[in-house]
Write a protein that binds this ligand. Structure first.
Ligand code: S3P
Length: 434
């Protein structure tokens, strides 16, 4: 679907961005693993998180919508059903990489996971390696791509230092660790910690400690069951980031974004844009918090001028999904904006380094792709034109924001990709433009 986003005369009003995708995936998985029914409030209603509900259903959970909430009845940690065919993860990388952590200890049962064209290009060797070391079976196409099959076993403890800063890999190993004596994951650079917070909430035995430098060590031990009764999902800071960027870039804008997740492992983008001079007022959770709660805050955004900035490699995991927006903001900023240490962007829903550099150049930007990031030279704005979403939800949203802030407007090719995380984006923009 092609959709044109004309230059905006100002965005004004308040909106609650859609619920958090990362936390919704985890809420559904944890509820499916729990022995007692779990109520999930504000579960994200989007394509990715529908894939997770479908997956837990075929594994035996019962999902009942009730007064805008979900009641999920799982079968416990060790009782996943074997579905009659492959589990379809759709476009959801998080589902594809977390679910095998749970499946890896379903004794002698095999599960095949597959997904769409984009998911089939995303590597799974990063989870295969630790799961095999723990004793699970793992066979993948060409050794590293979906479809792949996990066979559950009695797992052994491991100590695993993440070779890539990935919350998905960390979460997979921590879930698998729930049936081992003591499994430790070491992350040299912190990544989002929603799984750890839920494990704490679920009364699993989990210990987190700070290492020298920025690193964190997390250990989980054998659990009989997960104890949860209700999970409340805040609004998604990654989806909010598109509205923040629109509010900052479009003259005469003033937006209030309500109830946005403020977990410090997700607010790297806020710290970057504040450094660029953007006016986005909110309460932050202090970096380094080991809370079991998911804090939320309102964000008050106004239009204002921007300076270029350098995003350091250790900031990358805490803003990974927002880095395309940093490139967009860089086109409007004074001076140069540089991102490095972000090679992971090449294996997201699309190659986001190539897509952002080529896409923004097509709109008049001066953007150079690096192997592990990009350099943007601010040119005072963007002309506009066509922008190909390449089947990637975050690119579709990026193209739309670029259109509002451009001089001539942007036609986004493949706008339907936005449905993966933010189905109502164009409607929210239309409402805020009135
Ligand atoms: C996610 C982690 C990130 C992020 C993805 C969601 C998660 O991926 O890009 O959109 O929910 O754990 P990696 O952990 O692989 O970097």
């Amino acid at each position: 679907m092609r959709r044109r986003f004309a230059p905006s005369e100002g965005l004004r009003g308040s909106v609650r961005p859609p619920s958090d995708k990362s936390i919704s995936h985890r809420a559904a998985l944890f509820a499916a693993m729990a022995s007692e029914p779990v109520v999930v409030r504000n579960y994200l209603d989007a394509a990715d998180t529908r894939s997770t509900l479908d997956a837990i259903r075929v594994l035996g959970a019962i999902v009942e919508p009730r007064d805008g909430e979900l009641m999920i009845r799982g079968g416990g940690l060790r009782n996943a059903n074997v579905p009659s065919g492959p589990i379809d993860v759709g476009n959801a990388g998080t589902l594809m990489r977390l679910l095998p952590g749970w499946l890896s200890f379903q004794l002698d049962k095999s599960f095949t996971l597959d997904g769409d064209e984009s998911i089939r290009r995303r590597p799974v060797d990063r989870i295969a390696e630790p799961l095999r070391r723990m004793g699970a079976g793992f066979e993948a196409r060409d050794g590293r791509f979906p479809p792949f099959t996990v066979t559950g076993a009695a797992l052994s403890s491991i100590e695993y230092e993440l070779p890539v800063a990935s919350a998905q890999v960390k979460s997979c190993v921590l879930l698998a660790g729930l049936t081992t004596d003591a499994t430790t994951v070491i992350e040299p650079i912190p990544t989002r910690d929603h799984t750890e917070r839920l494990l704490m909430r679920a009364r699993a035995r989990i210990e987190r400690s700070r290492l020298d430098g920025d690193g964190i060590s997390t250990t989980v031990c054998n659990a009989d069951e997960l104890e949860l009764d209700a999970i409340e999902v805040p609004a998604d800071p990654s989806s909010a980031a598109f509205l923040i960027a629109a509010g900052v870039l479009v003259p005469r804008s003033r937006l209030l974004l309500e109830g946005v997740g403020a977990n410090w492992t997700r607010t790297g983008f806020m710290r970057i844009i504040e450094r660029m001079g953007a006016i986005a007022l909110t309460e932050h959770e202090p970096p380094g918090s080991f809370s079991e709660h998911e804090p939320a805050a309102d964000i008050d955004v106004s239009h204002g001028p921007l300076d270029g900035t350098t995003v350091e490699p250790d900031e990358v995991p805490l803003a990974i999904d927002e880095l395309p927006l940093v490139a967009l903001l860089g086109c409007f900023a004074e001076g140069e904006t540089v991102v490095s240490g972000a090679a992971e962007l090449r294996v997201k829903e699309s190659d986001r380094i190539a897509a952002v550099a080529e896409g923004l150049r097509g709109l008049g930007g001066d953007v150079e792709a690096l192997q592990d990031g990009f350099v943007v030279r601010g040119t005072g704005g963007l002309r506009g034109g066509h922008f190909d979403a390449r089947g990637d939800h975050r690119l579709a949203l990026l193209g739309a924001v670029a259109g509002l802030a451009s001089r001539e407007g942007v036609e986004v090719v493949g706008m339907e990709a936005a449905d993966v995380s933010y189905p109502g984006f164009a409607d929210d923009l239309a409402r805020l433009s009135r």
